[in-house]
Design a protein around this ligand. Structure first.
Ligand SMILES: O=C(O)CCC(=O)C(=O)O
Length: 255
């Protein structure tokens, strides 16, 4: 396992880092077992970004509670906590199953929706966990190294020669800054490519998934305290996130 200082140095230099074999095969199998029944009937995406040959499962804790171990993985949270104001939030937690024939996504940064001009500090970080091995042909995520420093006038082209395919074994995780340009790759293989992608954001930003409405209180109540905080059962000082003047965690007390 790469230590936190080395991982932070790589994030700073390249805008991304891979933590190989960060979870074991048992957890990978458990997560696959939880998502497979949903994937059996999940539709393909509704637009080119979601992917016309890609299935996505949203509100994932309600379907695959074992993904909490990925979302709150200490090695990932060490990187997230270093970069984001606290208590940061879980912006999204999505299963992405890329089918054969899928084309590459548009290159994009994940925190671009904040609208703050670049170059700038990241207001989000993303993790992409390989549940299948990621290969250059099966739709492995692609990144543009160093693109976290690009200004508004330097959006990389779809065929930028710097694009790098992130090949990694199942159980490994790619972590990148919200400012880093990346995309899901084309799947030219004959197998699907499954990933789980938690995305984290600053505590003052709106979450991409409306977590407190998407995840039932009873499901949130069963999650570790750090996951509850990430979902939004937390207060940013001095009082951002109150519910009726009280800490939102009180909503979980009687579940
Ligand atoms: O599936 C992937 O590898 C990346 C997906 C992605 O970047 C996104 O949907 O925002």
């Amino acid at each position: 396992m790469i230590d936190t200082a080395t991982a932070l140095a790589r994030l700073d230099a390249d805008g991304y880092v891979v933590l190989p074999d960060a979870v074991d095969a048992d957890l990978v199998a458990r997560i696959r077992g939880e998502v497979d029944p949903y994937l059996a009937s999940a539709p393909f995406g509704r637009n080119d970004f979601e992917g016309f040959r890609t299935q996505r499962l949203y509100a994932l804790f309600a379907k695959a509670p074992s993904t909490a171990a990925l979302v709150a993985h200490p090695a990932v949270l060490a990187l997230v906590d270093h970069h984001l104001a606290q208590p940061c939030l879980l912006s999204a937690n999505i299963a992405i199953n890329v089918h054969p024939g899928e084309t590459a996504q548009d290159l994009h940064p994940d925190d671009g929706y904040c609208g703050v001009p670049r170059p700038r500090q990241p207001y989000g970080l993303s993790a992409i966990w390989a549940i299948d091995d990621f290969t250059a042909t099966n739709g492995a995520t692609e990144v543009v190294p160093g693109s976290h420093r690009f200004g508004n006038d330097a959006t990389p082209a779809a065929d930028d020669p710097r694009i790098r395919s992130i090949e990694m074994r199942a159980g490994s995780v790619l972590v990148f800054l919200g400012t880093t340009y990346h995309r899901g790759g084309a799947n030219r293989s004959d197998r699907t490519r499954l990933a789980i992608t938690p995305q984290y954001c600053a505590p003052w930003m709106r979450q991409i998934e409306n977590m407190s409405l998407a995840i039932p209180n009873a499901v949130a109540a069963a999650m570790p305290e750090r996951v509850q905080e990430l979902l939004g059962y937390s207060i940013m000082s001095p009082f951002i996130g109150y519910v009726d003047g009280m800490h939102p965690r009180r909503l979980l007390e009687h579940e």
